[in-house]
Write a protein that binds this ligand. Structure first.
Ligand code: 5GP
Ligand code: ZN
Length: 114
């Protein structure tokens, strides 16, 4: 059985710079930050990505967004603003197959994204 990087981080078996966690979500710094503040928020439970948020898991992203707001406050991003990104699949640029929310901020962010 292959291991999942973000399951391992959430379980504490792989080290990450964790900024906040609760019973359901873990927020940690991206190893390759794309902005002065770049935090990833993941559910502890393995969910592969947005495409799995159907049926009973349809509401699973609600808590993820809330945990992202907590992370944004913890990073001091709330006054200036920030961006949430969830990449999905190959065209969406998803590299890690465990649902994760990018919280980006600390500088003006260009729009539209590439
Ligand atoms: P994705 O492209 O799947 O939306 O985002 C995956 C993110 O995970 C990337 O921004 C990448 O820098 C980050 N990442 C990959 N491996 C690690 C790691 O081992 N630790 C941490 N903290 N971040 C990682
Ligand atoms: Zn996982």
């Amino acid at each position: 059985m292959s291991t999942c990087l973000f399951c391992e981080i959430a379980a504490g078996r792989i080290t990450a710079d964790i900024i906040h966690q609760d019973a359901d979500f873990v927020a940690f710094r991206d190893i390759s930050p794309k902005a002065p503040s770049h935090v990833l928020v993941v559910p502890r439970r393995h969910i592969g990505g947005l495409n799995e948020l159907v049926g009973p898991d349809r509401g699973a992203a609600d808590g993820l967004l809330g945990a992202g707001v907590v992370a944004a406050h913890a990073e001091g991003l709330a006054p200036g603003g920030y961006r949430f990104v969830i990449n999905c699949g190959q065209d969406g640029g998803q590299a890690v197959g465990h649902l994760h929310l990018h919280v980006l901020g600390g500088r003006p962010l260009a729009w539209p994204p590439g």
